[in-house]
Design a protein around this ligand. Structure first.
Ligand code: AMP
Ligand code: MN
Ligand code: MN
Ligand code: MN
Length: 293
């Protein structure tokens, strides 16, 4: 380990998962950087869904605040018929293979969103696609979150969770499924871009125990390095479950708020409890240490 990176060994307040309005978050990348710094974050990554266009500004502002920063992305994957999110950390955000893969996913998102707009129209909510596009900070990255936000902002629903529960959940009446890239493709892009691959919020997937074992084994076989253990998307009891999983499979442990916005997220930047000391944090991965020195 290079001597310069020793300062990161004891670092605790890392936040390696959050969203700006380049994807489905509320704040601009520069504001997120300032908020992370103000909240005492010691290592920060911006991980927008399927897009890295916010990374340059995030990095610039983080550097001006002396906040160590990693370029990140949260890639949509389909595994065993369900959507899985894989975070890439410490990526080269200009790598052509990664950029090409993400651009194709964003086109899939647009096609899917048009279909969901049609479903909402048929369900008695006209203009929802156009409304979702209006609330999206980046019209090139449309998410279910934008549909929910539009329906709440226009007073048609009282809160976003109600939209998901009633219409947008995976078997909801307005949801249009799509087949995202494979785990192998996503890890291929992350590794081509010199990044580290992390299974995001494993506690959120409705896989069977057998499928989870198959997922962790396949991920490991493809060179996947880490899983999120402490995340704002987990209930506290799941921190222990996935700490055990990390140790069992030999994964590094990641941590992050999955912050989307001040009024929407139950966990603010830097607020996730620290990783347990018997886990090896993901910032000890050689690829990340190389970026931090
Ligand atoms: P998408 O990537 O377009 O399929 O949208 C997924 C995003 O919707 C996630 O990243 C979350 O931000 C949000 N989301 C998913 N499920 C829910 C839910 N039940 N309640 C609120 N937001 C959700
Ligand atoms: Mn999201
Ligand atoms: Mn996610
Ligand atoms: Mn996320």
């Amino acid at each position: 380990m290079p001597a310069e990176s020793k300062k990161f060994q004891s670092m605790q307040r890392a936040d390696l998962h959050c969203h700006s309005n380049i994807s489905d978050g509320v704040l601009e990348p520069a504001d997120l950087a300032r908020r992370a710094s103000a909240n005492g974050v010691e290592l920060w990554a911006l991980t927008d869904h399927d897009e890295v266009a916010g990374v340059a500004v995030a990095r610039q502002v983080a550097q001006s605040l002396n906040l160590p920063f990693l370029a990140g992305v949260e890639i949509s994957v389909t595994w065993a018929g369900r959507t899985l999110h894989v975070v890439g950390l410490g990526i080269d955000d200009a790598h052509p293979a990664l950029l090409g893969g993400l651009a194709a996913i964003r086109q899939q998102r647009i096609d899917r969103a048009k279909g969901m707009g049609q479903r909402f129209n048929d369900l008695g909510y006209p203009g929802t696609y156009e409304g979702a596009l209006r609330v999206a900070g980046n019209p090139g990255l449309i998410s279910r979150t934008h549909f929910a936000r539009h329906l709440v902002q226009t007073g048609q629903f009282s809160h976003m969770q109600a939209v998901f529960d009633q219409y947008l959940k995976d078997d909801g009446a307005a949801f249009v499924p799509t087949v995202w890239p494979t785990l192998e493709q996503a890890l291929g892009w992350i590794h081509a871009a010199s990044g580290v691959a992390v299974i995001a919020h494993p506690g959120r997937y409705r896989y069977t125990e057998l499928q989870f074992d198959g997922l962790f084994t396949a991920f490991k076989d493809l060179g996947g390095e880490a899983i999120e253990v402490n995340t704002g998307s987990h209930n506290p009891w799941q921190f222990q479950t996935y700490a055990d999983v990390a140790k069992h499979y030999g994964f590094l442990a990641s941590t992050g708020s999955d912050f989307h916005g001040p009024k929407e997220s139950r966990c603010d930047l830097g607020e996730v409890p620290f990783l347990h000391q018997d886990l090896t944090p993901v910032w000890h991965a050689p690829a990340i240490e190389a970026r931090l020195v």
